[in-house]
Design a protein around this ligand. Structure first.
Ligand SMILES: [Cu+2]
Length: 194
């Protein structure tokens, strides 16, 4: 997955980086001992849970997925991603225990037929911007899920951002979309091949 993403990522950077800013060195294969991941100031880390903490750094509001019947291996993940850092970010990958691989998908109409495909360059998160993952739109796609997910469970998913920041988010398993989700009545992903 990571290997596949890198060339795509490089293209995305070249296309989207503002001309005024020098692109960050795209190499940095993260030597295990070097703390390459930006660490927020201690004051931010110590912030109590609640609205203040919820609106710091990179966050996902109401991450959720649907129950997965026994034998089913494909699921989708939704939520509202927000970037409250001072630098543009991109969600470039994700992984979770018990999930073979996770892709970032978008849906578009091709000749009147809705089709989903991998979102090239990942999911863009401008400074103070957000990106919504929702039924009928962009979503995380979980492949090769090895067990069923029951309503009420929480599925920890590690989100990997372009800067190297990784964040574990617990996706709630919900039979009904949370209130406020666009197109909440839209069905699942049964048509997805693979
Ligand atoms: Cu998909």
């Amino acid at each position: 997955m990571r290997v596949l993403l890198l060339p795509v990522l490089a293209l995305g950077l070249a296309a989207c980086q503002p001309a005024a800013e020098a692109p960050a060195a795209p190499e940095a294969p993260a030597a295990p001992e070097t703390p390459a991941t930006p660490v927020p100031p201690a004051s931010d880390v110590a912030a109590p849970a609640g609205d203040a903490a919820a609106h710091a750094g990179l966050m996902v509001h109401e991450p959720w997925t649907r129950p997965l019947a026994p034998g089913a291996t494909v699921a989708a993940g939704y939520g509202l991603l927000m970037n409250h850092t001072t630098a543009p970010e991109r969600l470039v990958a994700a992984r979770a225990e018990g999930v073979g691989r996770i892709e970032i998908h978008t849906i578009e109409s091709v000749d009147g037929v809705m089709q989903m495909r991998e979102l090239e360059g990942g999911l863009e998160l401008p400074v103070d911007g957000s990106a919504r993952l929702a039924p009928g739109g962009k979503h995380l796609m979980f492949f090769d899920v090895t067990r069923s997910w029951a309503e009420g469970e929480r599925i920890p998913v590690t989100l990997v951002f372009e800067s190297g920041t990784e964040q574990v988010v617990e996706f709630a398993v919900l039979a009904q979309a949370p209130a406020g989700t666009p197109d909440a009545g839209h069905g699942g992903h049964g048509h997805h091949g693979h």
